[in-house]
Ligand binder design. Sequence first.
Ligand code: 6R9
Length: 648
Amino acid sequence: MSNESLANLLKEERRFAPPAELAATANVTAAAYAQASEDRLAFWAEQARRLSWAVEPTETLDWSNPPFAKWFADGKLNVAYNCVDRHVEAGNGDRVAIHFEGEPGDSRSITYAQLKDEVSQAANALLELGVTKGDRVAVYLPMIAEAVVAILACARIGATHSVVFGGFSADAVASRIQDADAKVVITADGGYRRGKPTALKPAIDEALAKCPEVEHVLVIRRTGQEVSWTEGRDVWWHEITTRQSTEHTPEAHDAEHPLFILYTSGTTGKPKGILHTSGGYLTQASYTHHAVFDLKPETDVYWCTADIGWVTGHSYIVYGPLSNGATQVIYEGTPDTPHQGRFWEIVQKYGVTILYTAPTAIRTFMKWGDDIPAKFDLSSLRVLGSVGEPINPEAWIWYREHIGAGKAPIVDTWWQTETGAMMISPLPGVTETKPGSAQRALPGIAATVVDDEANEVPNGSGGYLVLTEPWPSMLRTIWGDDQRYIDTYWSRFPGRYFAGDGAKKDEDGDIWLLGRVDDVMLVSGHNISTTEVESALVGHPAVAEAAVVGATDATTGQAIVAFVILRGTATDSEELIADLRNHVGKTLGPIAKPKQIKVVSELPKTRSGKIMRRLLRDIAEGREVGDTSTLADSSVMNLIQAQLPSAR
Ligand code: 6R9
């Protein structure tokens, strides 16, 4: 990448001050930045004290063997105790922990006292099956409350969980079970998606043909569908858990005890098992959830729409909210079942005050139309979060206007599976927000943008996002492959963590994420970010979603090819395409005008909603489409190809 680097094209001037009322009562104020910059380690030691430790740590960070960090290493705690028991002991056992909303409309509310009983029974069941501290347990479940119970039961007994997203294929599950060497698998007969039961157990049965080390499969009954049964191996969850005692004394584990492995696919190579440990991880997941959402556990109703199989589900459905004693909603299904207002109906039903979702969902809601959320009472919402991809400024504005009544602050949270918890985000009671920018490293976090030679870029320039100091919830390694950990994250810029994302600093020094550096386009010697061109397209009233790639071009090196989904009201025509190209030219400059614009009805996305540009590049360059195994819907590529008879 050249030094002029990722073109700094987009000019976004809109600013939104925090609501005065929120600022006046915010959990965290601007003082936190000052305190953390004065003494970063003392700041994190103080945040660690928000947790209950069986043995208080005296040491904060051991960085004597970088990049292998130890946080709070001489402390001991039980993570599940922190997420459940301590709230019951503090007199809050009657508070609802989870409002579960099934897709077919069934619902169940679970208090902290009930959660404590269920987690204890599940922990005792795992012990009965021979699971002991340090064993790995694979979890392959739909979005049901038992997923939280299963995860916490593992944490409680010190078994390391490896959650595999319920949409992954048998092969993907098998390779993850093998890599982690899991002894037990927790799954369900199936779950409800798009109005019908979807089977899960058959994928496990198929995967386990290749995983002879797995001793038991615990099966939760959710849909009641037929399952094939392997005697001696398979055990019904309800049968084994209900006969267990509701008492289980949590043992204190070392702060660095492995809590979970979570696989990230990456673009190439075998999936990386990202390892997270206990004390540092929980400290940062808990603190960021408290600070960034301004959570008031007595009055807020929090809802994170992510799947438990994604890191957002781990940190912001399980560990962050429950460690803070939150009341939260868990929804099993899709946003359009049985109707496109389902999310807003849920917000209204439970009086959700804090909503955390992804740009892909927001763009979908924009496409469905403003009239749908307008039918529901969303006045309870007071903080809105975004995660997973850069949020296009127009989607940000739509979210604020149509969901947040033009008042609720938006926190655009940048982080990764590897970072374990949020790293860059506004604080809702402090930050004057800018549509499309994650803005500033959170208190205690050190991030910057560097050029090819690892020099920090000045304000107003772009480059690579790096993290310059270790942080409590950082990954500790790649499971079983320390060298790959060093090579992937710590070698591009020695001494700094390379996140793989492009970013720019604006004139105020605020950070704007520009997408994965693998996706950056090089057009006539200029680096152009996919995010900026996509945001320009989404800024046109006819466009709901856009994905942009650089395709090899004889004259310009790469040419910009855009795939767009139109809003319901617009129709594909030569004039519209010309108008879109001009619109990008006017917004970003002539260099960023797409050479081709293709109208499609779907875009290829991962199960967590990220656009897979690699597959679109294959189409744009006329190649056979590569590995589609991590797509949410593998038929999408065929659909897109069928919609593209010729290039424009
Ligand atoms: C939490 C999560 C990590 C990658 C990350 C970046 C993208 C996530 C973002 C964002 C811009 C944000 N990303 N949040 N980009 N703004 N607020 O998504 O983890 O699945 O590991 O993905 O997602 O590219 O590097 P993970």
